[in-house]
Write a protein that binds this ligand. Sequence first.
Ligand code: NAD
Ligand code: MG
Length: 396
Amino acid sequence: MTTTVAVVGSTGSIGTQTLDVVSSRPDEYRVVALATGSRLDELAAQAERFRPDVVALADESGIAELRDRLAPGIEVLAGPSALADIATVADVTVNGVVGFAGLPVTLACLEAGRRLALANKESLIAAGPVVQKVRCTPGAELLPVDSEHAAIHQCLRASGTDRAVDRLQLTASGGPFRGRSAAELAAVTVDDALAHPTWSMGPKITIDSSTLMNKGLEVIEANELFGTPAGDAGHGIDIDDIEVVVHPQSIVHSMVTYTDGSTIAQLSNPDMRLPIAYALAYPERFPIGYGRIDWSTLGRLDFEPPDRAAFPCLDLAFEAGRTGGTAPAWLSAANEVAVAAFLDGRIPWIRIAEVIAATMDHHDGAAADDLQSVLDGDRQARKYAEDVLGRSPGHR
Ligand code: NAD
Ligand code: MG
């Protein structure tokens, strides 16, 4: 039986790797929907190749041109709700949108009772409680594509019904600035920050990796995905049971430690096609070996603690995760604003954490009970972050 796939954010790093995975098994998978923000040329070329039933463009201004360029019979949607609309048509939707813009896709897919292969961590982080509610929709499934979370999913699966989990360890490559002191980080450039040592990814997550905000966001993501209340099976898992360990080779993608001290880890070379394929094929295993390790050349695996002073974003994320409510939405929104400002050359790299910290000072403690409170929190945090950007450094 063919599995139908919708790829949202199809022109990005996750999107193009998803298309690579899917096209390697044409009898098993059929792309029925493609969607992107604004890259019309690339979307048209993808539609030509994959012949989906429907394509969607978030940017409405391109709709007439896109219609002209596509073969007859392909439906074209555009505008604010277009991406969410196509997240309900396939057996699996891969959400590879970057940032808060991915939230409608996450919600629509789960509400429709479909499988969500989630790369867009920001939607789960900003709207955790809202997403948790729609995860209960009959048929809805959330499979993480983020490599660390796909690793933990596999570790937990490997231990079967054993749920005596003590701690989770998320590994971090450390990014391009591992080992640098706070003073050495004052003068780093955009190009320096974009030069990730082990992964090739879109610009926003690459900057997040350089500040360790990516790992901080992933701690919140792991807590949403794998956190458990205390109960018969053990003391439960909350955010303070999640550790971050720097592992520069990016071979161990994360680990689960059980109450008796035993640790189960997932290892593979850094290749995002593996977690993408895992999320598509689960509970089966994909027959193609992405990231297979050559043990004869692997050599060594190193581990070290993160430098929390030089990379303050990590603790800002832990703090927001502990606070809960709309704090993670504020954190993620402030981070998006600060990262965009850094990429635009408006602020130096070290200001990213300062802008986020100054924004979080204004957090009003609101709960995230419904979508409206999350949308309000996101809007307020962006406004504060823009205000902070307009002020002189050091002033909160
Ligand atoms: P990218 O910048 O390469 O691609 C982003 C995609 O989202 C593009 O197709 C773009 O058109 C679309 N998009 C951007 N803004 C949009 C908007 N406002 N509305 C609709 N679509 C929009 O990003 P990426 O590296 O592929 O990352 C995508 C997501 O996956 C992020 O949340 C990231 O954190 C996560 N992720 C990526 C990787 C990776 O290896 N690239 C690994 C783990 C997690
Ligand atoms: Mg990751």
